[in-house]
Design a protein around this ligand. Structure first.
Ligand code: 5GP
Ligand code: MN
Length: 324
């Protein structure tokens, strides 16, 4: 049988994980559902095999973001400064080593860094690289990797994996949803994943204050019709005025992208340091991955992000890029 996904490193990664007594696992900073779901699935799966597993990501302090309490990440989490140095280091959902934040050095220091990811243009920073851009999510890859290591996918692990798949595919609506994704999803449902409950947790549990923030952001949205570009922004004072936090603002981009008058959408979210994290989405064919990479960020062709100092100057640049 050929290695999964025809990856040269797949079997070696299975062997390395099976042989390891302890494994440090990290996902990218500002973890999303796929990063958290993959992290927790790996953590639970490796522990099931009797290994010492440590889960972290490179932000101090690391704290589970809003909406994912049901994954119980905080109970598993080791703060990055306390993460033991292990021979085997598993990096999840990181398109580049710098996505590991404070843990970036681990990717080069560890004897065996295994890079499990689905971002196109992943720079293959691992000793073993399991990079499959056609996979819906890193969770999809983690499911097969854990199974090949002999892990029984129980309901708890299936819940983590489901979270990764549904969030990265936008509930099976994006082009990364393949027949294989749905086969995997059906396997997860058969394992007893409580899909409607999880949908309620992930998308239906925002505080009422979020509606005020949504109203503010949609009310000030700008449409650059000639460029097919819609954008809006959230400043720190908006969070204060509405009593919301940035964790709760992840869904704003989905509201912006719902107009047919634009095929590219952006939301600028101001961080505590004053800079803006920019989330970009395209309905295709224009690549927002290219726009993000040109500004020091990255992501997929249709969903990407970067950090900017200023809204207006950045919009001028994006408009120019889109008009080319
Ligand atoms: P989001 O807008 O949901 O934060 O991110 C969309 C996609 O772009 C995700 O795949 C995410 O990992 C990626 N992404 C967001 N920000 C950055 C960044 O600063 N650098 C890189 N390399 N990828 C990013
Ligand atoms: Mn992902």
């Amino acid at each position: 049988m050929s290695a999964r996904y025809d990856l040269a490193d797949w079997d070696a990664a299975v062997s390395a994980l099976c042989a390891a007594d302890e494994v440090a696992i990290a996902c990218h900073v500002n973890p999303d559902g796929d990063a958290l779901g993959s992290l927790m699935a790996a953590y639970l799966g490796l522990r099931q095999l009797g290994k010492r597993a440590f889960a972290s990501w490179g932000t101090s302090p690391a704290k589970s973001p809003y909406g994912y309490d049901f994954l119980h990440v905080d109970e598993a989490l080791t703060q990055p400064a306390a993460l033991p140095r292990t021979d085997t280091f598993l990096a999840l959902d990181c398109g580049a080593a710098d996505r590991l934040g404070e843990l970036e050095g681990r990717a080069s220091d560890s004897r065996c860094t295994i890079n499990v990811d689905h971002h196109p243009g992943n720079d293959q920073f691992g000793n073993l690289n399991l990079v499959v851009p056609t996979a819906s999510s890193s969770a999809e890859l983690m499911m097969r990797l854990l199974q090949d290591c002999g892990v029984q996918i129980d309901r708890a692990i299936a819940t983590c994996l489901w979270t990764g798949v549904v969030t990265d595919t936008g509930r099976f609506q994006y082009s990364n949803t393949s027949p294989e994704t749905l086969r995997l999803a059906s396997e997860l449902l058969e394992l007893g994943v409580p899909a409607p409950d999880l949908a309620g947790e992930i998308w239906g549990s925002l505080p009422f204050a979020y509606l005020r923030l949504l109203g503010l952001v949609l009310g000030r949205a700008k449409l650059l019709a000639d460029a097919g570009f819609v954008y809006s922004w959230v400043r720190l004072e908006d969070l204060e005025a509405t009593g919301t936090s940035l964790d709760e603002a992840e869904g704003l981009i989905d509201a912006l992208r719902s107009t047919r008058d634009a095929d590219v959408a952006a939301i600028f979210k101001q961080q505590d340091d004053g800079k803006f994290r920019v989330s970009l989405r395209s309905k295709g064919p224009r690549s927002v991955g290219e726009i993000a990479r040109a500004r020091g960020g990255g992501g997929h062709e249709l969903a990407a992000g970067f950090t900017a100092d200023d809204v207006d100057a950045t919009v001028v640049g994006i408009r120019r890029d889109l008009s080319r």
